[in-house]
Unconditional design. Sequence first.
Length: 380
Amino acid sequence: MRVLTEVGVPAPSRATSQRCLRRIVERDYRDTVSNACYTHATRGGGLALVLYDLTTLYFETPREDGLRKVGMSKERRVDPQVTVGLLTDRGGFPLAVHLFEGNKAETKTVVPVLTGFRDQHPDAGEVIVVADAGMLSAANLLALEDAGFRFIVGSKSSKAPYDLADHLERHGNAFDDGQTLETTRTMGTGKKARDRRVVWRWSFKRYRHDIQAINAMVERAEAVAAGKRALKKDRFVRITDAAPAVDWDLVKRAQNLAGLKGYVTNIDADVLAGDHVVTAYHDLYQVERSFRMTKTDLAARPVFHRLRDSIEAHLTIVFAALAVSREAQARTGVSINKIVKTLRPLRTATITLGRQQIPAEPRIPAAARQILDDLAGGGH
């Protein structure tokens, strides 16, 4: 309503908006948007890889209900929230969005989202799904595999001492920049046990980042031990009978593993080499960028709706807006925030002089003209 008013278009009433929200659910607009997004994403060929991640949207209310629940918040809030699963192509263009309860575990969302996507688009064929370490559990990967999906999932660095025991025994924590090591990890027990291929990559850039983070956490732990900081869930704090202390053994283990990142996959090495596994996983930042866009540029939070249908409708609108924004960015090479700021001042007007009406076109700066030309061209 605010945006329509800004551009001089009569805004609908609140009652009209509420009726529109109901129509979004009743007519399943999300299915229509999802099909359009899939058609757009596959216009140049099939999907070889999709990205999946989960985020949270909070509500400014103290009350929980069957959907809005307090859970593990991405924003570290204690408000009731919902979790949102987003599936994108490797460039971050949205393909599907799903709503879950606020306390739903990440590992319980990926299989329903993927199977729903395949049911809706049976022509998609075999695709590789990339997800972060939050999806890593033996049961979850088994469910993905049994459902016919190939996957690349991040592995927690705490598994490195077991996966790389031979290397660490021979070479200690000495690695070359960009060095890739492969090993096999048995996941699950009994009849559900599976040998999984694990690719490990060490990079100096990641090492510097990890060491910087470790040093910051050590400083906090030392402050707790010295009584200068309140006791919280600090990583390197050891609780003793006497007083909190820094767990230096844990610090050393973390330092030895700095720079390492693991990736678990069920794709054979002769199909996808280790370097390509790493490259595919790095595309996951695109879905994270899409989430940041929804929360900042598209103002998807906080959510002020209460009923599930209204929340689903809100999410459908955000889904459509994200698709438009991603396409606008792809066509122009400019962020959606800059596109809006550049184009917002442009206005046309109609001047009435007696019985004569004279249209007044805006002066369009070069930067705005370039964006408009790129948006109009697009080639799609």
